[in-house]
Design a protein around this ligand. Structure first.
Ligand code: SF4
Ligand code: SF4
Length: 224
């Protein structure tokens, strides 16, 4: 079979919506309405999280939650889930390149269909300066993406699990986030994730001190 070369990168939905949002907000007189419209694509994500809302924490029980739990975080710059799995050659270069040892390949294919994945509870992507994984991948399964355009997934906060809702002080998710207020903010007793800014690195999930976690990343693949 002839070498078809690297596949074209998919349309970056995060960048698309961010651009759209910028344009929409140019019309100050209708600022609220367009903001809501721009966020509509992410409403489905929140619904998914809500339907997955467990008795005790993210993804812990039930059929819907099981299907969500079968989806894993892929390294930054990954093609959409189906293409990623078929394009990745499992060469392991990204695993070796990651300075945080965040990327794993399960040889038994029990997790991630044998392709590279990130378990944020164990070790999240630290968004290293060189974005080594995506710049190392020879197959095109991971491709170069600017940091702010990375889309591994989106963090979802669950109020009832967060110790802030019990009037205790905790700002770890906010303080650890490498994107800062572009992605997450503390407003009163609430933690507010900006789905347009969150890149889904999983650092907030990793450092969240509650068990089960009060904040967790829904992988990109869950958006369908
Ligand atoms: S961006 Fe850097 S830290 Fe994040 S998974 Fe890739 S190599 Fe690891
Ligand atoms: S470097 Fe690319 S092809 Fe190799 S295992 Fe990682 S994602 Fe797959």
């Amino acid at each position: 079979m002839p070498d078809e070369g690297p596949r074209p990168r998919p349309v970056n939905r995060r960048g698309f919506f961010r651009e759209g949002l910028r344009e929409l907000l140019n019309g100050v007189t209708k600022a609220t309405e367009p903001l809501q419209r721009a966020l509509e694509p992410f409403a489905r994500l929140e619904e998914t999280a809500a339907s997955a809302k467990p008795q005790s924490g993210p993804f812990s029980s039930g059929a819907r939650r099981m299907s969500l739990a079968s989806l894993v975080l892929r390294p930054p710059g990954a093609l959409p889930e189906g293409e990623f799995k078929s394009t990745c050659t499992r060469c392991g270069h990204c695993v070796d390149a990651c300075p945080a040892n965040a990327i794993r390949i399960d040889p038994a294919a029990a997790k991630g269909a044998g392709a590279p994945y990130i378990d944020a509870d164990s070790m999240p992507c630290v968004v290293c300066e060189s974005l080594a994984c995506m710049n190392t991948c020879p197959s095109g399964a991971l491709g170069p993406v600017p940091m702010f355009e990375i889309d591994m997934g989106t963090a979802v906060w669950q109020e009832e699990l967060c110790i802030r809702s019990k009037n205790e002080e905790c700002r770890i998710c906010y303080e650890k986030c490498p994107l800062g207020t572009a992605a997450i903010d503390i407003v009163g007793a609430t933690v507010q994730v900006n789905p347009l800014g969150c890149i889904g690195c999983g650092i907030c999930q990793h450092y969240c001190p509650t068990n089960p976690k009060a904040i967790g990343v829904i992988p990109m693949a869950a958006r369908g």
